[in-house]
Ligand binder design. Structure first.
Ligand SMILES: Cc1cc2nc3c(=O)[nH]c(=O)nc-3n(C[C@H](O)[C@H](O)[C@H](O)COP(=O)(O)OP(=O)(O)OC[C@H]3O[C@@H](n4cnc5c(N)ncnc54)[C@H](O)[C@@H]3O)c2cc1C
Length: 406
């Protein structure tokens, strides 16, 4: 039996961040990371298209928390103690130069996730953190003699520790184990995906991007922002946000639902109709198809005008009332049938995990199991895309570490 003060199960972002911050605070503690893979930090490696989107430049804790469809309320407190600015400072103080891109995403200046991996691995080595790879933890048992301690089993070895940190990400087997030990776990469903749509209105115009309002009435979801027409349907920030906020409700609809798009973003059907009517009075001779309104891209405008049965050389004055109503409807109430989902840039995030009511968010300690901490994606916390998911890993790891190191 190998004895440790702290064993961290899972050598990902949250596991490493916890281990390093414990060791930096209390160098006397004997710390071990057990990782099931041949290599550690594999998700960091592939993250952000190989660039690792470390965090997001949102420096107001409550605003930052709004990016978490699951976890918003619980993360407000932790973010007041350790958030984006702290993470950036943490890495920069340890030699990693970071940059903020125009959309707020934060990356290493090197544009390589290897920089983050090198930083974490070098620190772990320097701080004498033991790392055992290819060790799948299959069981952990609580021993309550004079002192509480934990026994962990892998296929080949037994370990014991005073404190354990579960940092296993979205791992069904560990969730099952935690359930058996008394935690409740929300079953996982995908989050962050794009929408499949075969509608003829969008088929010819992949690549068109526009700021619009999107609504899924059957799931009570609404968002506005950039949407991108793709070869397979819809993507872009507004769609990804819908997918994250609606992870569970869209799953219940089996990813088949009507998506309503207001391409004007600001007008409603009535005000749009009035605007089109006015156009008919002011510019009667203008050809409709050649003169996009609402700053819509020409290719999209042509598709919507055609869908309203307006033919090529029709002028505003020629439009029938029916055509005008049809165009106002296409512009503000366009309905598209969504028939499935696709993975967004391989960034698959899971909604689900350990019930947040069972965690002390000051310390990330389990309220069900003594001397047991849960950090990162194992919890029922997930975010929209943009660096927020790693922020959750860093914040939870840091606060758990402070509590463990004493
Ligand atoms: C392709 C992709 C790109 C992404 N890009 C970004 C991005 O740029 N920015 C961002 O914020 N988020 C990104 N994410 C999300 C982000 O990677 C995760 O939120 C984050 O890795 C979660 O960290 P974690 O430590 O909780 O879990 P993980 O990183 O999943 O680490 C868990 C570790 O535990 C190990 N493990 C599991 N079970 C056991 C066991 N029984 N015994 C021992 N070890 C075990 C796993 O092998 C793994 O190494 C991306 C995700 C993907 C899939």
């Amino acid at each position: 039996m190998k004895d440790y003060d702290v064993i961290i199960v899972g050598g990902g972002a949250s596991g490493f961040f916890t281990a390093i911050n414990i060791a930096e605070t209390n160098s006397k503690l004997k710390i071990l990371i057990l990782e099931k893979g041949k290599e550690v930090l594999q998700k960091v490696k592939i993250s952000g298209g190989g660039r690792c989107n470390v965090t997001h430049a949102e420096f107001i804790p409550n605003e930052l928390a709004k990016n978490y469809p699951r976890g918003e309320k619980e993360l407000r407190g932790p973010f007041h103690n350790f958030m984006t600015g702290d993470v950036m400072g943490w890495f920069e103080n340890r030699g990693v130069e970071l940059k903020i891109e125009d959309d707020g995403r934060v990356f290493p200046t090197s544009n390589s996730s290897q920089t983050i991996i090198d930083c974490l691995l070098t620190l772990a080595l320097k701080l004498n953190i033991q790392i055992e790879r290819s060790q799948i933890v299959t069981d952990f048992l609580l021993e309550e003699n004079e002192k509480v301690s934990w026994q962990l089993k892998t296929k080949t070895t037994r370990f014991s520790a005073q404190k354990i940190v579960i940092a296993t990400g979205s791992q069904t087997k560990i969730w099952e184990k935690l359930s058996k030990l008394g935690h409740s776990v929300t079953p996982p469903v995908p989050s962050l995906f794009t929408f499949n749509c075969n509608d003829l209105r969008i088929k010819p115009i992949p690549g068109v991007s526009v700021i619009a309002q999107v609504i899924v009435k059957s799931a009570k979801l609404k968002n506005e922002g950039p949407i991108l027409i793709t070869h397979w349907g819809f993507s872009g920030p507004a769609i990804l946000k819908l997918s994250a906020w609606g992870a569970r409700s869209l799953n219940e609809l089996d990813y088949k639902f009507d998506l309503q798009i207001n391409w004007t973003n600001t007008e409603n059907f009535e005000s749009c109709k009035a605007l089109l009517n006015n156009k008919r009075l002011v510019y009667p001779k203008q050809q409709v198809i050649k003169n996009p309104l609402f700053k819509l891209p020409k290719r999209l405008w042509v598709q919507l005008v055609t869908a309203a049965s307006i033919i090529e050389n029709q002028r505003w004055a020629d439009l029938s009332k029916k055509q005008l109503v049809a165009l106002a409807s296409e512009l503000t109430l366009g309905t598209f049938f969504i028939d499935g989902k696709s993975i967004f840039k391989d960034e698959f995030v899971t909604a689900g995990g350990v019930n947040l009511k069972e965690i002390n968010f000051k310390t990330y300690q389990s309220q069900k199991l003594p001397n047991c901490y849960l950090v990162g994606e194992v919890l029922n916390i997930d975010a929209i895309t943009g660096g927020f998911n790693f922020q959750n890993a860093w914040t939870s790891g840091f606060l758990a570490a402070k509590s463990i190191a004493g």
